[in-house]
Design a protein around this ligand. Sequence first.
Ligand SMILES: Cc1cc2nc3c(=O)[nH]c(=O)nc-3n(C[C@H](O)[C@H](O)[C@H](O)COP(=O)(O)OP(=O)(O)OC[C@H]3O[C@@H](n4cnc5c(N)ncnc54)[C@H](O)[C@@H]3O)c2cc1C
Length: 391
Amino acid sequence: MYNTIVIGAGAAGLMCAIEAGKRGRKVLVLEHAEKIGKKILISGGGRCNFTNLDVKPENYISNNPHFCKSALARYTPQDFISLVEKHGIKYHEKKLGQLFCDSSAKEIVQMLQKECEDAGVGIKVNCTVDKIERINVSQSSETAFRVTSNLGVFTSESLVVATGGISIPQMGATDFGYKVAKQHKIKLIKAYPGLVPFVLKDNPFAQISGVSLEVKVSCNNISFIENILFTHRGLSGPVILQISSYWNKNDDLKIDLLPEKNILSILIENRTNKVELVNFLSQFFPKRFSEIWCETFFYSKPVNQLNEKEIQIISKRLHNLIITPFGTEGFGKAEVTKGGVDTNELSSKTMESKKVPGLYFIGEVVDVTGWLGGYNFQWAWASGFAAGQYA
Ligand SMILES: Cc1cc2nc3c(=O)[nH]c(=O)nc-3n(C[C@H](O)[C@H](O)[C@H](O)COP(=O)(O)OP(=O)(O)OC[C@H]3O[C@@H](n4cnc5c(N)ncnc54)[C@H](O)[C@@H]3O)c2cc1C
């Protein structure tokens, strides 16, 4: 009999297990993959963007935007940084408050493993859970959880579901958490791919695949300024991943290709310039991009031959380019899953189910999705920490 069983040895599950172990709870973590923290290992290009210096509730998407506030306030980026520093892990800020390991994401996994050992947490890998049942504890009115797996049957007072979202199934992601929720009649918010590249129909940018620019992209009243990457299938890069989490099928993207400039006044100032538009634009963009833009959106001619109406059209198509993505690259390429266990079903203080005492949901399985830039790990640490104080 364990006090706490955690299913899933990812960021959230390991943090919860450490905290529960520190409280003297007898904790067991069950992981179906062959090793722990597989997503941590591949994160941030192998260097793990483990948190962000500037974490605010507004950096998260959820049906209930207030839900994440309590956990984020009780476990801050500084708390995780202190843990990283305690283990002597060197890190740096890459940009926009994003903290990465100097060396390797492996160090974060090793740190969590060491913390688990110190807190007396047991971990079983290659463990596939088949069934979860609530059972009555003999001669008392209390209930417990019985977890049946390929490695045996385990029972516990508290059960923490930390099985993540359904993005990147090839990394071991499953819908197990959603199934446990359904089994206990806990509502789910429909899952969508988040932080995901777009696919364009008749992709006009296919020929410039690999080109990257800093642009501003807007959709549904939210904007981001960062790099766009033109791909063979459509659009990617940080600015696209960010906006994808706010995009719904058939929504338009508004792209400002020159967010720091006013091309209307620049062209007016250059009215006497005899240079071809395609060459003129090459002072702002890579040559290949100017060529494709002119082929697709406005035929090139000498700047001094552009009339006022044409200048306005050019300005509109550079500052306000409307693109309607055909779709996204789906869960196979999405960094996160939007949606999941409905936060109205959980206590924001403890992450415990309101319907099923002793059952907790943490991390990405919950309907809280962060921006790109370390926000998703911070949610995993914070929600894991919150549950770890009670589970
Ligand atoms: C390529 C990529 C790069 C990323 N980079 C970053 C980054 O740099 N910074 C950032 O903040 N976020 C990043 N993310 C997002 C981040 O990895 C996740 O939000 C975070 O890992 C969620 O933590 P979690 O513990 O909730 O879930 P996970 O880390 O997904 O952990 C869930 C665990 O549960 C296990 N599991 C699943 N089903 C079962 C089952 N049935 N039985 C037993 N075990 C099960 C899984 O194998 C996994 O180990 C990235 C994601 C991807 C895909």
